[in-house]
Each structure stands twice: as C-alpha cells, then as structure tokens.
Write a protein that binds this ligand. Structure first.
Ligand SMILES: NC(=O)c1ccc[n+]([C@@H]2O[C@H](COP(=O)([O-])OP(=O)(O)OC[C@H]3O[C@@H](n4cnc5c(N)ncnc54)[C@H](O)[C@@H]3O)[C@@H](O)[C@H]2O)c1
Ligand SMILES: [Fe+2]
Length: 400
C-alpha cells in the first residue's frame, strides 16, 4: 500500500477511536486515605453482593496485604472466592482461568486487589463472565453486548491508573503480544486509593510503577487530543510525582508520599483514558513482549529517550510542564524549558535507580521491535509520526 494511503487509513481509524473515547465516561466512586480499602469493603456489602471473586496474585496474598480486606468483607457477611492466579502481564489463559472460577462459584461481583496486572485481569473476567465470552473474545473496542458484573478495585501499586481507565491490557499466550480490551463498561464502580496497602511495595517497583504514571501524564499531555480535562489532570499528576516519587522510594512507610503517588496515578489515568499514550508505551511494550521487562521499568527507561526525540514537536507542552514545576520561567523560551523538563526526568530516573540503558536488547530483534513500535504508535494521537530510522536510532540508544 502506498504510504499516503496508510497515513489516510491510520487517520480515519484514529478519528473513529477519538469519537468513542471522547464520549463522557463513567467514573468510579473513590475512597482516599488510610483504610480506604476497608471503606470500599463496606460499600461492597451495601450493594448487597453475597459472593465476591477477589482477583489477586500469590505474592500479595502471601505477604498478607489482603488480610484486612478479607476479614472486613467476612465481617460484613460477604463470602469471598479467591482467584490468586494472576501473573505480571496476564495472559489470555490466566484470565480464562479466572473467568472459569467466577462461573463455577456463581460470584455476583469482582474485587481486584493488586497492581495493573490484577486489575486488568479482573476487568476482563467481569466483562467476559457476564457476557458468556472468553478473554480472547473480549479483545477490541466495545465488543461485548452486556455490562460486566459489578467491579471494584484496590490498586496496590501507584502506577497504571487502571482503577479509572476504560482499558485492560492482557497478552497472547504464546507471542506475549499485548491485546487491548477497551470498553467504558469495564471501569470499576468504586475504588480505594489506600496508602497503607502500598507501604510494603519494594523501592524498585515503587520507582518503576511511579514512572509509568508519569509516562501516562506526559504522553497524554503532549498528544494532539489534549482536552482541558486531560491537561488539568496531567499537570496535577506530573507535579505530584516529581514532588513525591523520590520520597515514596526512599521511605515506603511515608504514607503522605504514598497517598500523593496513589492520587497521581489516578489523575494520570483520568488524563490518558481519553487522550491515550504514545511512543514510550509503543517501544516499552516490545521490551515486555520479547524480554519480560516490567511495564513500568520499560516506560521509565524509554520516556526520556522519546522526549529527546520529540522535544521540538512537543516543546510548548513540555515547556508548560517545566514552568509549572518551577524549573524555569516563560522568558527562557520553549526549547530551553523543554530541555529542563527532560533533564529533570533523567535526574529523577538516576535518583530512583532507573538505568539509562539496558543490556537485554539483542541486535537480531531490533527490526521486530521497531516494526511493533511503529505499528502501535500509529494508533496514538502522538505529536508527530516518527520515521523508521529515528525509531531504529532510539532503540540503539537504549542498548548498553
Ligand atoms: N489498564 C490500564 O489502563 C493499564 C495502564 C498501564 C499498564 N497496564 C498494565 O498493568 C500491568 C502492570 O501493572 P503494575 O505495574 O501495577 O505491576 P503488576 O500488577 O504486574 O505487579 C508487579 C509486582 O508487584 C507486586 N506488588 C504489587 N503490589 C504490591 C504491594 N503493595 N506490595 C508488594 N508487592 C506488590 C506484585 O505481586 C507483582 O509481583 C501490565 O500488564 C500493563 O500492561 C494497564
Ligand atoms: Fe502504562
């Protein structure tokens, strides 16, 4: 197909997507603060659910992170069935096992307790369960007929914002290619941003997931579908993360920093659920698919590289964020301010232990990484579609 047809086809597809995503979306009721998760348990009981499927992973269960939640639900007379089979970047098989458990136990609601992997798995379990579908059959934009069974979420990482987004990311069993389920009806009914639940999150996961949230805030902020709401939440999230992520990493017991990060992740979720992400995610997803690089770590490493590449195209927005964060004043001019913001992100990464480069990328894989990243990037309202050679250079710069 000639290149101009491809560009036309991408633009047409993007405009359909835009129309759907820009329609006002539901928002979860959100409880914020220490023990917010227990308040959410009371809400689940108030909605008269009798048997809730708790979707989580084994490490969280073993660490006892869920103990208070399970006890409180029991106290309120709600029976729990636990599905702890979620693994990072959950596959279709992981989600199908959860769907089977929901059906076998006739659960009437789903409570996701975990990071983005558990919340995303739970979203698809709830949707597929109500529609008699498999996980694979839910993939795509608004493909299910009925709403899912009622869904609640307690994020245990501050990163993905999945508790408020209309997307769930699952992966192919064999290729580990990311598959997106996008539907406003998978947005949870209610969620709890509970800093106490996050106090045991190790520093390296705090750092990586926090940088995922910053990536959501900045990628949506510089995108071309920049609604007022997206800009508003993107600015708030960026400010909260730059001011609190180092402290949340240095002292996980600092509940004020944890709460600020949980809110930042939620705000960034509100920003990107309509305005989407960009080349950072497009490249990072390839590192996850091929080498199992955790989502947040991949984004954290790729973010400054992509911003260096797009700094002229996105200079106005990057400069706004720089001024907003006290890194300079408007009189310095947009290019200088954009550079200051990018330098601040390099410095933040260094402070929280995110490497500048990675040794996992093999020379033989570079073509495939670039193909995957360009294909995914073409589905986002990025500041500019990048050329293949630029993407190759970016991936090479990422290699140590
Ligand atoms: N739906 C969306 O809008 C959206 C957005 C971004 C990312 N994602 C997806 O989310 C997934 C990544 O989620 P994530 O980064 O939150 O990581 P994760 O859910 O994969 O969890 C990472 C690890 O952290 C551990 N962990 C989580 N909370 C903990 C706690 N409080 N204490 C101790 N350990 C804890 C988990 O056991 C796990 O081993 C990816 O699959 C990604 O594609 C989804
Ligand atoms: Fe992300």
């Amino acid at each position: 197909m000639p290149a101009f047809y491809k560009v036309w086809a991408w633009k047409a597809l993007l405009s359909v997507k835009k129309r759907i995503l820009m329609t006002p979306q539901p928002r979860p009721v959100v409880y914020v603060g220490q023990d917010a998760a227990l308040q959410l348990c009371a809400t689940i009981a108030q909605f008269a659910h009798k048997n809730v499927l708790v979707v989580t992973d084994k490490p969280l269960l073993q660490l006892g992170v869920l103990s208070g939640i399970l006890e409180t639900l029991q106290k309120h007379g709600v029976t729990t069935t636990i599905y702890d089979g979620v693994l990072p970047d959950p596959t279709v098989k992981v989600v199908d096992d959860g769907i089977a458990m929901l059906r076998q136990n006739r659960c009437d609601s789903v409570l996701a307790c975990g990071g983005g992997s558990s919340i995303d798995a739970a979203k698809v379990i709830a949707l597929a369960g109500a529609n008699g579908l498999s996980a694979q059959e839910c993939v795509g934009l608004k493909v299910a007929k009925l709403p899912g069974v009622p869904l609640y979420a307690v994020p245990t990482t501050a990163g993905t914002g999945s508790e408020v987004t209309l997307a769930a990311v699952i992966s192919d069993n064999v290729t580990h290619e990311k598959l997106i389920v996008a539907d406003p009806r998978i947005i949870p009914t209610a969620a709890a941003l509970d800093p106490g639940i996050m106090r045991g999150l190790p520093p390296h996961i705090t750092a990586a997931t926090g940088m995922d949230a910053l990536t959501h805030a900045i990628e949506s902020y510089i995108n071309t579908w920049d609604t007022d709401e997206c800009l508003h939440y993107g600015r708030a999230a960026t400010r909260l993360i730059l001011n609190n992520l180092p402290q949340a990493c240095a002292n996980g017991q600092d509940l004020a920093a944890r709460e600020a990060m949980a809110l930042a992740s939620y705000y960034a979720g509100l920003a990107f659920t309509t305005c989407l992400v960009g080349y950072v995610h497009a490249v990072s997803h390839q590192l996850g698919r091929l080498y199992g690089v955790p989502h947040g770590l991949g984004n954290a490493m790729v973010l400054p590289h992509v911003l260096e590449l797009l700094k002229d195209d996105a200079k106005t927005r990057l400069a706004e964020l720089a001024v907003d964060n006290g890194l300079g004043v408007a009189a310095e001019g947009e290019p200088a301010l954009a550079k200051k913001l990018i330098d601040r992100i390099w410095a933040l990464n260094a402070e929280i232990g995110i490497p500048r480069t990675t040794d996992v990328i093999l020379e033989k894989d570079i073509d495939g990484i670039v193909d995957g990243a360009l294909k995914e990037g073409s589905g986002y309202p990025v500041p500019r579609f990048i050329e293949r050679e630029e993407c190759v250079a970016l991936v090479r710069n990422l290699r140590s």
